[in-house]
Design a protein around this ligand. Structure first.
Ligand SMILES: Cc1cc2nc3c(=O)[nH]c(=O)nc-3n(C[C@H](O)[C@H](O)[C@H](O)COP(=O)(O)OP(=O)(O)OC[C@H]3O[C@@H](n4cnc5c(N)ncnc54)[C@H](O)[C@@H]3O)c2cc1C
Length: 421
């Protein structure tokens, strides 16, 4: 059967088709549209829709600026209840610590926002449409008919009608949907163990004067140092609260909200902060979020954001990595479409992985506790504190930072010093 586009009764053709209108899809599309490319985004859901990943890093703002999306975020932040963010605070067994991103080593913006992702993703998508990108909501990509000589996708529209669309290049920004990794058999198990996460939004009722709403609060469970919580305040008196741990830490027979509240009650400080909190919605659970792929690109396609590798939420690096992938890929797509040869491994996969590996080193050190010792150490040299702040602010590709250039070695030495101290 020859399947035509319902709109035109002829198979449509774009320069670039993008699967998914999350942050990586919108940033890539905005950059490509600014370069004169015709871009179609196919998004299976209707926006606003819930998504997790609410604490941004300042490095994101640089990518949003590049894509012409930063101003809109600054403009609507207050109206949408997005919270100004200038750092990260940590708590473990009564001990507090915090890093101020404005005192970071790397150049670039030092503040960002904690966002409700439904509104944030819709804002970016709406701004992207204003730049000439077509977005079709309720349209799901089901399979890839061809990748060469040109891309041809099988899509199901919002009336369950199938149609095809063609493009010179395909970007998979489908996040946890992982469309191409599944269809092209690119899935690779992550090196990280499976972890579960329980989370919800609360009317937080926090009235402790010392609580800093401008920072995400990461708390280590007093009984299990591999279990940690996030508390991400928004500016409208609500907050996102979640707990992360190995599967055996959780009783799956309990309702998810009870599990979350039981864990909150285990930490004295969190319990005190959230004593007046009431849930605004049922808790959600994500099991086994870490993912990897055998390759990030192939003939006429590349994987962006979570459709490629996802490490762990502990340092809120997901949206930053997603936007970095879009920022790296967009100019290469244009270059290829204009007829130049692109070496996707050395120009895309390797530079992207460079920063991902910086985060990887810190995530591994968090779970083996060496970075926890660094975080809660009292007497850091100022320059070391600024370098660590930079990485926590997302500047994981800044090779001038010794903790980026030689992350494993530097972090091991620092952890030993902190341990000895
Ligand atoms: C528990 C947890 C907490 C997290 N916390 C943070 C945090 O605080 N900060 C942070 O930066 N990151 C965080 N993350 C990571 C963050 O959620 C992701 O890294 C980020 O959303 C990835 O963006 P993306 O653009 O790649 O994909 P997504 O934001 O997932 O967007 C993908 C889009 O593709 C669409 N799609 C999927 N399949 C199809 C299909 N077949 N056809 C059409 N459309 C499709 C989806 O509907 C979706 O809208 C967290 C992750 C987890 C698991």
């Amino acid at each position: 059967m020859d399947i035509k586009s319902p709109a035109q009764n002829t198979t449509e053709q774009y320069d670039v088709v993008i699967i998914g209108a999350g942050p990586s899809g919108s940033v890539a599309a905005s950059l490509l549209a600014a370069d004169g490319m015709s871009v179609l985004i196919l998004e299976k859901q209707y926006f606003p829709r819930f998504s997790i990943g609410e604490s941004l890093l300042p490095q994101c703002m640089e990518f949003l600026k590049e894509a012409g999306l930063e101003q809109a975020l600054d403009k609507y932040a207050k109206e949408f209840g997005f919270q100004h963010k200038n750092g990260a605070a940590f708590h473990k067994k009564g001990k507090n610590s915090s890093f101020d991103f404005t005192e970071k080593f790397s150049e670039g913006r030092g503040t960002t926002y904690q966002v409700k992702r439904g509104l944030f993703d819709k804002l970016l998508a709406d701004e992207t449409e204003k730049k000439g990108v077509s977005i079709r909501y309720g349209h799901q990509v089901n399979s890839v008919a061809n990748l060469e000589p040109e891309v041809c996708l099988d899509v199901r529209d919002d009336n369950e009608q199938p149609y095809q669309v063609k493009a010179k290049f395909l970007l998979d920004a489908s996040g946890f949907g992982r469309v191409l990794p599944r269809l092209l058999d690119l899935e690779l198990p992550s090196d990280f163990p499976i972890r579960h996460s329980y989370f919800s939004h609360f009317k937080d009722g926090i009235n402790c004067p010392e609580f800093d709403r401008d920072k995400i609060l990461i708390t280590v469970n007093p009984n299990h140092s591999d279990v940690w919580y996030w508390l991400i305040p928004f500016s409208d008196g609500s907050a996102s609260v979640g707990v992360v741990g190995l599967p055996e830490r959780f009783d799956e027979t309990l309702p998810a909200i009870d599990t979350l509240q039981d864990f909150i009650a285990q930490d004295e400080n969190l319990q005190r902060l959230l004593k007046n909190a009431t849930p605004l919605q049922d808790a959600r659970v994500i099991k086994g979020y870490s993912a990897d792929v055998t390759k990030l690109w192939g003939k006429n396609f590349a994987l962006l954001g979570n459709a490629g590798e996802f490490l762990d939420p502990v340092f809120s690096s997901g949206v930053t990595i997603a936007m970095k992938s879009a920022s790296l890929a967009a100019p290469l797509v244009k270059k290829q479409i204009q007829g130049s040869k692109v070496d996707w491994e050395s120009e895309y996969a390797e530079p992207l992985k460079f920063g991902v590996d910086t985060f990887r080193c810190f995530v591994e050190a968090w779970y083996n506790e060496s970075f926890q010792n660094v975080v809660y150490h009292d007497h850091h040299d100022d320059s070391v504190r600024r370098m660590i702040s930079s990485i926590l602010a997302g500047y994981a590709w800044d090779e001038k930072n010794p903790y980026v250039a030689k992350s494993v070695r530097r972090l091991n030495v620092l952890a030993e010093i902190c341990q000895a101290g």
